[in-house]
Structures are given as C-alpha cells and as structure tokens.
Design a binder for this molecule. Structure first.
Ligand code: ATP
Ligand code: PRP
Length: 219
C-alpha cells in the first residue's frame, strides 16, 4: 500500500482536523497534544501525520515532504500557493482578516484625507493587496505576533490581524474598522502526489470533502 504523509499544526487546526480525519478512518495512535513526537503513526498502516508550524505546512506539501496538509487561507495567501493544489475548503478554523485601530481613532477621516498611515501586521501580502486595491498609501511594518500592541504603543496607526470572537481586540481597547476577507482552513495537496499516489490520495480527499460538507453549508 502507498505511504501517505499529512502535515498538520498543533492547536486549533489539529483540534478541528482530527475529527474529519477520524471520519475518514485515520486516528493517530498517540495523543498528538501530549506526545513529544513530531511524526505520528496512525490507525491506518502507512499513513502518518507530521506536526509542523502552521506557516510551514504549505512548504512541506509544496516540496513533497508531506503529500497532504491543512492550512489557513491566510497562510496560503502569504505563502503564495505555488506548487500546491487546494482541493477542499474544510470550513474549519473559521475567522476573518480585519483592519483594527485604537478605539476613538478617526479611521474614516484618515482614509478620506488620504493621509499616509502605518499598518503593523504578520500578513504583509494580504495587507499590501488590500490597501493597494483601495488606492491607499500605507507603510507596512512586519511583525511576528502580538499585533494588538502596535497601535497601543504608537508603533502603528492600525493593524491587520485575524479576528474570531473579537475578544482579543476588545481586551486591548481596539475596534475592527474594516473586514478584509473571511478565512477558513483548506486541505492542500502536492500535485505529484495527487497523480502518482492517486489510489491512496483520491479516496482520502473525497472522504474529507464529505466529512467537512456540513462546515461549508450556508446559513
Ligand atoms: P505560526 O505558529 O506558524 O505562527 P499561528 O500561531 O497563526 O501560526 P494558529 O494560531 O494555530 O497558528 O492558527 C492556525 C490557523 O488558524 C491560522 O492560520 C488561521 O487560519 C486560523 N486562526 C487563527 N486565529 C484564529 C481564531 N482566533 N479563530 C479561528 N481560527 C483562527
Ligand atoms: C489569533 C489572532 C488574534 C486572536 C483573535 O491569535 O492573532 O490575536 O486569535 O481571536 P478572537 O477574536 O477570538 O479573540 P491566537 O489565539 O492564534 O494566538 P497566536 O496568534 O499568538 O497563536
């Protein structure tokens, strides 16, 4: 039987992908959250899970070190998506990419005046494209985390970050001023694996599409 490797990241993607994999008959033989192993065998012989950083998942799949993976649309847009197929929107890790400022900051006025603004973000490509499409002049400041601190410390006027419940913004006295796009996580596949390991990959892609169908159903 063909060997298959699936790249996942610990945390919300793993939490939400494991039930989908279970319905496709794939269950890790050790608890991934407590195991120190990064390469986990599963109940399905020759199917393994590799645990990598969320932003590294596309790289593992692009280079064929993993055949399949699960990555957020944010991560895929920042990566560029070269050398990847995205066969299924799994509808998990649902959130949105937004622009936020300090409460009381006159975002509308600043935009209307055409003033140059500073925006801090981990998502530089998404932010660049969004503001360019609006014809806005922004200086982008790349951060790797704790974006909320940027407007509070005076580093930037606004941030581009992921929002789900809005609790993180609220806790830091920030408000969402624009929604850029909805975000979900997608199943990604190495194109060569899709062809050369089709007998193993195709049934799994179909099973994951079926298991996640209710996540994509409209309101
Ligand atoms: P890395 O470790 O590579 O820096 P990360 O810390 O962003 O990545 P996670 O926090 O596990 O990794 O997020 C994984 C994915 O889950 C993100 O790429 C995004 O698509 C989605 N996500 C992030 N934050 C939320 C949230 N608050 N609610 C729902 N989904 C989210
Ligand atoms: C994400 C994101 C926000 C938060 C938004 O952070 O960067 O800070 O979730 O979620 P909320 O609107 O429900 O509060 P995460 O929890 O992944 O922390 P991390 O980026 O530091 O891993």
């Amino acid at each position: 039987m063909t060997a298959l490797t699936i790249a996942l990241s610990k945390g919300r993607i793993l939490d939400e992908a494991l039930p989908l994999l279970a319905s496709a008959g794939i269950v890790p033989t050790e608890d991934p959250e407590t195991s120190r192993k990064l390469f986990l065998p599963t109940s399905r012989p020759r199917v393994s899970i590799v645990l990598v950083r969320a932003s590294d998942v596309p790289t593992y799949v692009q280079w064929g070190a993993a055949d399949l993976g699960v990555a957020g649309k944010d991560v895929l847009l920042e990566h560029g998506g070269q050398g990847l197929y995205q066969p299924v929107d799994l509808g998990i890790a649902r959130c949105r990419m937004s622009v936020a400022t300090r409460r009381g900051y006159d975002w509308e006025g600043t935009v209307q005046r055409g003033a140059r603004i500073r925006v801090a973000t981990k998502y530089v490509s998404i932010a660049r494209e969004h503001f360019a499409a609006k014809g806005m002049h922004v200086d982008l400041i790349k951060l790797y985390g704790s974006m909320e601190l940027a407007p509070l410390s005076g580093l930037a006027d606004a941030i581009v970050d992921l929002v789900s419940t809005g609790n993180t913004l609220k806790a830091n006295d920030l408000v969402e001023v624009e929604t850029i796009m909805p975000i979900t996580s997608r199943l990604i596949a190495n194109p060569a694996a899709l062809k050369l390991k089709r007998d193993a990959v195709k049934p799994l892609v179909d099973a994951l599409a079926a298991a996640s169908a209710s996540n994509r159903a409209g309101p």
